[in-house]
Design a protein around this ligand. Structure first.
Ligand code: NAD
Length: 351
């Protein structure tokens, strides 16, 4: 066994079906009585059962969460949170809603109960990405790590299969990079591998039958395992590229992860053989980057940056931004090789 350092993060996780009904008890156990409920505008209706359950314990509702956590939205939500005298935050939604909750927690230290409805994994990480004037910056702070996560499989049944696929591959990306992180450790790598295995099995089953509760449940478990990996160890080239593409070119989060992952892994494969072996094992394949490309393509997900609306002449800007603040990565970042990697992603070439 190689030497390692492992930091366990605190957090309580409730996983199952019908668990939304337990949010009130969780709130009471924390000793809080006035909740600020958060969602996106499109999913405002999902808060109704929570409002019915909590009654007078709902201090306020802010249904304006947006992708990439713009600071203007946070300012508005923060003012509403303060105005209603909330003593805790309850976020129900995908990574955008969780991001807003974390941004408010950063500024207030209010405790959070997060109820995820996608596989983004943000709920399990002490990471917050925020966008100001079109520039996205990321920080790690224990203030933003949610105190309680309530995973309710029932809430994920409405996630359209096409979104489940890209969101699931977004989760796989956390695990994939976690396996070759400089601070990887046996505990997290075990979880990462199992998360990939669960998602790789579940996503085709969800596409075949959107109402397959077993597959939905496996996918949500996989999302948790991958989210824990994201929260525990450092991310490399793949997350850096997606961060720049999302922040500077406004590309959609989960779709961008889906397109970039096979190419970022192909770039790193020769420098991270053990991680590739574990990933391939979890995917039930011999070559992890190619298997992830095939998984996305066979499930109808986008496989090229071109299809996401990326301008081809922007690729060099992405590489420049990546090299200006390079992440820890198993293979050294070289301009020419990165341009070739991004060109493959742009064209949607199988690695
Ligand atoms: P999202 O939260 O924007 O959700 C995508 C869309 O799906 C939204 O329109 C949403 O309303 C809808 N939706 C969500 N759940 C649904 C459901 N069950 N049924 C039907 N529709 C549903 O997207 P996302 O991919 O979950 O999250 C992306 C955001 O999260 C980005 O801003 C990203 O930076 C952030 N993120 C942060 C971390 C972190 O650790 N800080 C990790 C992952 C993602």
């Amino acid at each position: 066994m190689d030497p390692f350092v492992y930091n366990a993060l605190p957090g309580r996780v409730i996983f199952g079906s019908g668990t939304l009904a337990r949010v009130g008890d969780e709130m009471a156990a924390l000793g809080f009585t006035r909740a600020m409920l958060l969602s996106t505008a499109g999913r405002r209706g999902d808060l109704a059962p929570l409002e019915a359950q909590l009654g007078e314990r709902v201090a306020g509702v802010f249904a304006g969460a947006a992708m990439h956590t713009p600071v203007e939205v946070t300012a508005e939500a923060l003012a509403a949170t303060k105005a209603c005298g909330a003593d805790c935050l309850i976020a129900l939604g995908g990574g955008s809603t969780t991001g807003l909750s974390k941004a408010i927690a950063l500024r207030t230290d209010l405790p959070q109960i997060v109820i995820p409805t996608t596989y983004a994994g943000s709920e399990a990480s002490p990471i917050l990405g925020e966008t100001r004037d079109g520039v996205k910056t990321t920080q790690r702070s224990m203030r933003v790590l949610p105190e309680v996560i309530v995973y309710d499989v029932d809430l994920t049944l409405s996630l359209p299969p096409a979104m489940a696929v890209v969101s699931g591959i977004n989760a796989i990306a956390h695990a994939a990079e976690g396996l070759y992180a400089p601070n990887a450790n046996p505990m997290i790598s075990m979880l990462a591998e199992d998360g990939v295995r669960a998602l790789a099995r579940a996503l085709p089953a969800i596409v075949a039958d959107a109402g397959d509760r077993g597959a939905r449940s496996d996918a949500l478990y996989g999302a948790w395992a991958c989210g824990v990996t994201l929260g525990a160890v450092a991310m490399g080239l793949h997350h850096k590229l997606c961060h720049v593409l999302g922040g500077s070119f406004g590309l959609p989060h989960a779709e961008t992860h889906t397109v970039i992952l096979p190419h970022a892994l192909a770039y790193n494969a020769s420098a991270a053989p053990e991680a590739m072996t574990r990933l391939a094992r979890a995917l039930g394949a011999s070559d992890a980057p190619a298997a992830l490309f095939d998984l996305a393509k066979s499930l109808g997900a986008p496989v090229s940056l071109k299809a996401l609306g990326m301008p081809e002449d922007g690729l060099s800007k992405v590489v420049d931004q990546c090299l200006a603040a390079p992440p820890a990565n198993p293979r050294a970042l070289e301009h020419e090789a990165l341009m070739a990697c991004l060109q493959d992603a742009f064209d949607g070439r199988r690695p």
